[in-house]
Design a protein around this ligand. Sequence first.
Ligand code: G6P
Length: 489
Amino acid sequence: MNDILPNISPGRLIIVAYRLPFKVVRRDDDSLAIVQNSGGLVSAVLSLARNAHYAYFDPGEKVHWIGATDTSFPLADQSILETDEFIAHPVVIDEQLHENYYEGFCNNLIWPLCHYFPSLARFKDEYFEAYQLAHDFFFARVAEVIRPGDVVWVHDYQLMLLPAMIRERFPQQKIGFFFHIPFPSFELFRLLPVVWRKAVVDGILGADLIGFHTNDYVEYFLKTAWLVSGHNNKLHYIHMDDRMVKVDSFPISIDFEMFSNAYSDPETVSKRNEIRKSLPLKIIFSVDRLDYSKGIIHRLRGFREFLTRCPAWHERVSLVMVVVPSRDTIQQYQQMKFEIDQTVGMINSEFGSLGWQPVIYQYRSMTFAELLGMYTTSDVALVTPVRDGMNLVSKEYVASRADGKGVLILSEMAGAAAELGEALIINPLDLHNVANAISAALDMPEEEQIKRMTLMRERIREYDVFAWAVDFFTQMTMLEMEQTRLNQT
Ligand code: G6P
């Protein structure tokens, strides 16, 4: 038991997120198997659950995870739903509802608004209706699972109404909420219809602790809560009628040691040798999910500007750009893929030669070993989102460089820029700025690379994804103790 928290008895941890922590796959012999997701949230939650030392949760209990799925999920097979660490509670959302809820409200409205693309936002009544209806399904699952003393941790923009729904039925429950994308300035948020924006803000305020990646997002949310719902704050505490809500920043991170230790894995070493042999040039690397917020077109334009200005680098450097397929049922994503294909083709035909391809572009996902091979071989990582809640690629690149070498070029529009000030910070919309940074990165002396990389590595080592989760729950617990003290006075 944690000695600073003597009076708090641990319950179970219930995660509610749009995605379940694993996928079900069918093997060649037709049997089913599960493949655990490798994302930061899953590793953080696992480490919290395994590490009984913190005593936030009952160590004898598995983590309950409520997430969406479609009708093809093998619901009847209970053994599939339970692993050594998780008990999954799938929320079945049929195709029509899913289209208006996930593709519609979540990704055709909230996503573009929060990423400062208001012209891409679509406002349809059926989207909001579906968003509410999908929440009823999630809530029904929560109500089935929940017990007094449990902590419910709700995640992201797909579930913003849920904290208030849980609060209403279970007023004493401990509820956390974490927002994984940028929370925009009020001028963007106010574009939402009046009833919708109030429902969203009141929904989030149902939680005890509300987390964002950066102080800016916290400030934007606090201002929005005041202007939309009339809830003022004092030093990030909002006093509701019968309880206190805290809003704070918790910059999500990665499993630093996993990336750093992988530097000398035989598999990484062999990938590195393979890459070096097939590409004996300087390498600039980028990898993202296909998304207009990632600034992929801006990156290509910046690279083109660099090639135009620096002919001395022709035949001596290639941009290896991997784009991971994502949300390809949404029209804007398909359109963007087409634009990327075209722009890459244009650059290669303009500058390339028989023996040199300036942009090596791949549209596919990468295995961990391939990713590590690329991270640890690349001279430069080029990370250019026009808006990004955090951006974990930049942190992964830094963590992977156990040799201390390599240069990170990072957009000031990524949440990560607040922590990685030793990167070459750029404005991705400014082509000259990007071109100059590429040239400076390629010319940077090794000594300076190591100096910058060492400082960034230390920072990420200290506040890794486990520290992030522990920080969140330490604050949850402190808040509960404070609330108990106030109730007694
Ligand atoms: C972002 C969001 C997540 C989302 C992920 C992938 O990181 O914050 O909630 O799951 O993108 O997007 P997808 O639509 O594939 O779930």
